[in-house]
Design a protein around this ligand. Structure first.
Ligand code: HEM
Length: 457
């Protein structure tokens, strides 16, 4: 008996309750235009935990929205082998060779296995000094903006902080300030274009994808930098402790030298794309929410001050439990809007038939704001992570199962050290009337950036 036929089908697609029509969905999007993220939770509130969404075009496979944490656990953990990421996900690569985040099956295992040792707790302890040297250097450089009347976009500045830390820690590369600035802008240009490509996957190919020229130029610029770092490492050889770049350089992707180089480049750039914008936006959201909540901010300053002016490192970051709760809560409020998987065999979720080839969508935002699993879900309340029993399946910043983020420990370390180094040095004034709002990108960012004035403490 095949795995597919072993699934018990107690319901069929026909007896599933009807979902919203395209017209109803569009009406909801218009009504919620200042907060489009709220559309998905609204749909599940009205139609239930398993609901079909309207799909443009007759040939596109159906999309089913699932909104219960158990359903997400089903897809990502218990029955992950029944699903792949699928074609709309691959739009994010813009036709570049696939890298770890996009590979499936044995191809995926062959890349993930040798990289895992670079993301253990021991590896993190080893690379943290490099990480914090980059973070501290960049945050110290904000002194030039401090105590002036200038409005600074902290979202952009945090990009350079995170990138500097990441490049030093993961690839042993120290980039100049100007290089960091232009890398961040180029990566953002590509990311905006790729997000549009992915969202427009079901629309006819002849429709132009917005921001294409700028996005592709951004990716080309990023690749020029990365190819230089690869050539430099080939020339210099590895240091005493081989790092992630050394492991990638040793991996054999293809017998053809040209394809080998293209795959290597896609792995290197895929790793930085996966780690840079995610960590930047999670920190930007956390800081934005803390600055909008004075009592939280005061408690975080007190906690950071309790370790004195000591350099932030692996040994003392663990003492910042309230700051960690702020980061966890920041990520809960930020959230990704949607994540898609494609069924590669027939399945059943919540009693409903999921046919092979159809797509299943879940929204971390929706689950993170579901009052069945969170008290006062719209409130920024870091303390809940210290006092409440958190439903593991209802908290998904890094997803779960075998495809869980490989870099989650590194991300937490970079976020906490960045926040701590910042709070040790500065206070901030938010622009009057500004408040954090979701902007849809591959990674949820802040509408209008994060405009602040900076003061030295
Ligand atoms: C706050 C920061 C981060 C967040 C929120 C985040 C989130 C995620 C999520 C949700 C996934 C799963 C995507 C999916 O299954 O569709 C993922 C995968 C991945 N992340 Fe992260 N990530 C972060 C930081 C990092 C860092 C620092 C790195 C490495 C430098 C990294 C590297 C990766 C890679 C390579 C994958 C693909 C793993 C695989 O498919 O085996 N991430 N991340």
């Amino acid at each position: 008996m095949s795995k597919a036929s072993s699934v018990t089908q107690s319901h069929t697609a026909q007896n599933r309750p009807p979902g919203p029509s395209l017209a109803t969905l569009l009406k909801l999007v218009v009504a919620r235009r200042r907060e489009t993220y709220a559309v998905i939770p609204e749909v599940s509130r009205r139609y239930g935990d398993v609901v079909d969404l309207p799909v443009p075009g007759r040939d596109n496979p159906p999309v089913t929205l699932v909104s219960h944490p158990d359903h997400v656990d089903h897809i990502l953990v218990r029955h992950h082998h029944r699903y792949v990421k699928g074609e709309s996900y691959q739009e994010l690569t813009d036709g570049q060779p696939l890298s770890l985040a996009f590979l499936e099956g044995e191809d995926w295992r062959q890349v993930r296995r040798p990289l895992n040792p670079h993301f253990t707790e021991q590896a993190l302890e080893r690379i943290t000094p490099k990480l914090t040297s980059g973070v501290t250097a960049r945050v110290d450089a904000w002194a030039k903006y401090a105590d002036t009347a200038d409005w600074i976009d902290l979202e952009h500045e945090l990009g350079t902080v995170v990138l500097d830390g990441l490049m030093r820690a993961v690839f042993g590369v120290i980039m100049a300030t100007g290089e960091l600035d232009s890398y961040v802008r180029s990566a953002r240009d590509f990311s905006r274009y790729a997000a549009n490509r992915s969202m427009m996957h079901d629309l006819p190919a002849f429709l132009p994808r917005p921001f294409q020229r700028r996005g592709q130029a951004g990716l080309a610029a990023v690749h020029v930098d990365l190819e230089r770092f690869i050539a430099q490492r080939r020339a210099d050889g590895s240091g005493a402790e081989p790092d992630l770049l050394d492991t990638l350089l040793e991996m054999s992707f293809d017998e053809c030298p040209h394809l080998q180089q293209a795959r290597l480049l896609s792995e290197v750039s895929g790793m930085i794309f996966a780690g840079f914008e995610t960590t930047t936006e999670a920190i930007a959201w956390t800081l934005a929410l803390m600055l909008s909540n004075p009592s939280t901010l005061e408690r975080a300053y007190k906690e950071v001050d309790s370790i004195g002016g000591a350099p932030i490192g692996y040994a003392n970051v663990g003492r910042l439990s309230y700051l960690k709760a702020c980061f966890d809560e920041g990520q809960r409020i930020q959230s990704s809007m949607a994540n898609m998987r494609t069924a590669i065999e027939d399945d059943e979720i919540g009693g409903y038939f999921i046919p092979k080839g159809s797509r299943v969508l879940f929204s971390a935002y929706g689950i993170h704001r579901d009052p069945r699993f969170w008290n006062e879900p719209d409130k920024f309340e870091p303390n809940r992570f210290l006092t409440d029993k958190i439903n593991r399946n209802a908290y998904l910043p890094f997803n779960a199962g075998p495809r869980k983020c490989i870099g989650f420990r590194l991300a937490n370390m970079e976020a906490l050290s960045t926040l701590a180094v910042i709070l040790q040095r500065y206070t901030f004034q938010l622009r009057e009337g500004w408040e954090p709002r979701h902007r849809m990108r591959i990674i949820t960012s802040l509408a209008g950036g994060l405009p602040v004035q900076i003061r030295t403490r």
